[in-house]
Design a protein around this ligand. Structure first.
Ligand code: SAH
Length: 519
């Protein structure tokens, strides 16, 4: 007689949980794999210290669950976080558990992994750059050094050393010849340092604290074991911070690099369109600054395409097509291709650009640029044209709806014939978050405002209110991309603090760096 073995009930296969480290704060320090998983995720369960800026990488349909905690304030208890992970794994294919730094360094990541194993849920770990190493590195402290420390110990500073059964061997730590890095130790600083001293560590041992390491909000200082707790209190130093104890900390004055960056800690307002702000923001971040996006313009389509369409259809009849902005190039070619035209129709005309970035945008379409201004303003294009024979030549200038007429008038004056067509409009943005910007200005939290065109100036004044501009902008560095923009700033009764010598975004950022390098 054969007994039939009962088949297990068929259950849907749970998804995989990825324990992902987002790095210590600098968005450049996330790993490629971590970003990939964030982009794939159906659900992201994230913490207080997890890089929230990465959430915008998630799919619009991804479910975002905040389970963060700060100090005593637990948004969600650990036991509940474990349950959420298990539940989400049953609902979705790809669940990301996003944590700051590395998920297994004091992140309770291992406990969560154990719970997943117990629940039969597959998981993977995507390690991250831990603050235990990165925060000291950004503060000029290498955690090991052949002449200073051949070992490094990561210690939780969360545990009260006075508790009866401390799992930390303080005597051993105090004798340790390597570097000690304490995480979560700000609150217990006095107890930590006195425990080390009472167990025989020299009170003169170099010690440093690094708060919000790797971010433009980083602050750090060097002291010694005996005095660091007192100094921290004096400075009002708060979490999150790492404490580094050991001779490596003495290298800080020599190896400091991040806090010496020209824009370190400076808040820089970017007023150009959102799409164009991203690259600029990256460069500001790279210089240690805090970019703040406040788009005052939005690039929009022309109200009426008929002029542009006509010029596109007859493009082959022109001798020259001149672009005075990247926006003009993008708008022209977008319309050109979307209306079914073919690049071979542009075999006839020569192309000219106001500056290198505009030229690059033209070259992207496989087109050679035969005229480039030396000064990146309309006058510069005219100067370049003076060396050519343009009498009787036909020019097309696809550009913004509102622009100066220096170039078309100059070309006409030199005997050329010009068609100016509106390829795009620079409008006020549909939504502008004015209140927080006004508040930041009033609180003197903004150090620099970048103006990258005349319309960013006029729109900024319109949004913030030109009546208050004088008082709100007092002491703020007004950074202008070039003479035309500077003139517009002056029309509002203000004086640009600096003007780029090369009228490009890079030129502007160089001028800002230079301003702060020279104090
Ligand atoms: N898994 C994280 C650590 C989590 S424990 C990691 O690998 O970095 C939280 C503690 O990490 C904080 O109390 C603080 O001590 C430290 N920490 C996290 N981010 C930090 C940062 N940007 N700067 C300094 N310390 C940080």
């Amino acid at each position: 007689m054969s007994t039939e073995i009962a088949k297990p009930e068929k259950k849907s296969v749970p998804g995989t949980v990825y324990l992902v480290g987002s790095g210590p704060g600098d968005p450049g320090l996330i790993t490629v794999k971590a970003l990939e998983k964030i982009r794939e995720a159906d659900a992201i369960i994230y913490d207080y210290l997890a890089g929230k800026e990465f959430l915008k990488e998630a799919r619009p349909s991804a479910e975002l669950v905040y389970v963060g905690k700060t100090g005593k304030n637990h948004a969600v208890e650990q036991i509940d976080i474990n349950q959420i992970l298990i539940k989400k794994a049953h609902e979705h294919k790809c669940v990301v558990r996003l944590k700051g730094g590395d998920p297994y360094v004091f992140g309770r990541g291992a406990e969560e992994a154990e719970e997943l194993v117990n629940a039969g849920i597959p998981f993977e770990v995507v390690p991250g750059v831990t603050s235990a190493v990165a925060a000291p590195a950004y503060a000029g402290i290498p955690v090991t050094h052949r002449e200073h420390a051949s070992l490094v110990t990561f210690v939780t500073g969360h545990e009260n050393p006075n508790k009866d059964q401390s799992s930390i061997d303080w005597e051993n730590l105090a004798r340790n010849k390597g570097s000690l890095v304490f995480l979560m130790g700000v609150k217990n600083l006095e107890i930590i340092t006195s425990s080390l001293i009472n167990n025989g560590m020299s009170p003169d041992t170099p010690a440093a604290l690094v708060r919000w390491g790797t971010t433009p909000d980083q602050s750090s200082f060097l002291s010694c074991l005996q005095h660091i707790a007192e100094e921290s209190l004096k400075r009002g130093f708060k979490a999150p911070a790492v404490l580094v104890v050991g001779s490596v900390a003495s290298l800080k004055p020599k190896l400091d690099w991040y806090e010496k960056k020209p824009l370190f800690g400076k808040q820089v307002l970017i007023t150009r369109s959102r799409e164009q702000s991203v690259k600029m923001a990256d460069r500001i971040l790279g210089q240690g600054g805090k970019p703040l996006l406040f788009p005052t313009i939005q690039i929009k389509e022309p109200h009426d395409f008929s002029d542009l369409d006509r010029s596109i259809s007859s493009a082959s009849c022109y001798d020259w097509i001149i672009f005075t902005s990247v926006n003009g190039v993008d708008a022209f070619f977008r319309r050109f291709f979307s209306t079914g035209h073919d690049i071979r129709e542009l075999a006839g005309p020569k192309f000219g650009a106001i500056g290198p970035v505009t030229a690059q945008a033209i070259r992207k379409h496989g087109i050679k640029v035969e005229l480039l201004a030396a000064q990146f303003i309309q006058e510069g294009v005219l100067d370049a044209l003076r060396q050519k024979d343009i009498v009787g030549k036909r020019f097309l200038i696809p550009r913004a709806e509102k622009a100066r007429d220096i170039l078309p008038e100059g070309i006409s004056g030199m005997g050329g014939s010009v068609s100016v067509v509106t390829a795009y409009r620079t409008d006020l943005p549909d939504h502008a978050d004015v209140k927080p910007v006004r508040e930041s200005l009033a609180n003197r939290d903004i150090d620099v405002i970048t103006f990258t065109s005349s319309s960013t100036v006029t729109h900024f004044m319109e949004l913030v209110g030109k009546e208050d501009a004088g008082s709100l902008l007092e002491g703020v560095v007004l950074a202008s991309i070039g003479p035309v923009t500077s003139r517009t700033i002056r029309e509002f009764g203000l004086e640009p603090t600096l003007e780029a010598s090369e009228y490009t975004i890079d030129g502007l950022l160089d001028a800002i760096d230079h301003h702060f390098c020279n104090g």
